[in-house]
Design a binder for this molecule. Structure first.
Ligand code: MG
Length: 251
């Protein structure tokens, strides 16, 4: 199933994307959801980020190809991103006026489906509702020089997410590709993850209770590169979809 959140005729709803049609649902994604019977042409909706997390976790240095000469971490290296940084599919990444180097980071994102506290990696599988695409947009100068990454990773629009949450997605067979203005700039297979999604969920849940709708950006493969005003950046995970965003200078 492909779940989306969207605006249609000035109302926000969740729905199931079914080819060219969206089947409206009520009751949210994680509780008592039911279909209303309303069918909406997919071309007439505006997609929003696909869930509303209470918190966003993200993993640093989770692919060997991204580590360069850093040592392999002993545990998942987790940081927080504020939900105010979220950006929907087709939204515009805004580069703050005093930012110098803002990079893309295409990532697989896990979406939590139920209250998750102190679970094992085996139990964590059942706590993951589905997966979507994310771009962990990062200002490298702030990332290097600030004590915390709150603005390097958490400035407004720095967390594009979507287009859909896919359930039953087998990440073990999945791969990711990032394109900048149509050229492939990153690619990786999820078998290359140093800490896989259930392991990350299990580790995080030892300390922080994860809630339905919380999301975890699982890290980026290989090298990253700079975004500039006028660019278009796409993160594609076959089986999930394409997260496409444009870039502009913040006014
Ligand atoms: Mg990242």
């Amino acid at each position: 199933m492909k779940y989306v959140r969207y605006r249609y005729q000035s109302r926000e709803s969740y729905g199931i994307l079914d080819g060219e049609t969206v089947r409206e649902i009520r009751g949210g994604l994680f509780g008592d959801r039911r279909e209303t019977g309303n069918l909406i042409p997919a071309g007439s909706i505006r997609l929003l980020w696909p869930c509303e997390p209470s918190k966003i976790l993200a993993i640093a240095w989770n692919y060997k190809s991204h580590l360069a000469d850093r040592p392999v971490p002993q545990n998942p290296e987790i940081f927080f991103v504020p939900p105010s940084a979220l950006l929907g599919p087709a939204g515009t990444i805004l580069i703050p006026a005093d930012a110098r180097t803002v990079d893309y980071e295409g990532e697989l994102v896990a979406v939590i489906g139920k209250e998750t506290r102190r679970v094992s990696a085996e139990e964590a599988n059942d706590c993951i509702f589905g997966f979507t695409c994310g771009n962990d947009v990062s200002e490298r100068n702030w990332q290097k020089n600030d004590r915390q990454w709150w603005r390097a990773k958490g400035s407004d629009t720095f967390a594009p997410l979507g287009p859909a949450i896919v359930t039953g997605f087998d990440w073990r067979k999945g791969r990711i590709e990032t394109r900048l203005n149509g050229s492939v700039v990153q690619s990786g297979h999820f078998t290359e993850l140093l800490f896989d999604p259930p392991t990350i969920v299990s580790f995080a849940s030892r300390y922080a209770t994860l809630l339905p709708g919380d999301v975890i950006y699982t890290g980026t493969p290989g090298e990253t590169g700079q975004l500039r005003p006028g660019d278009a950046v796409e993160v594609e995970i076959p089986g999930i979809g394409v997260l496409r965003n444009t870039v502009a200078a913040s006014s």
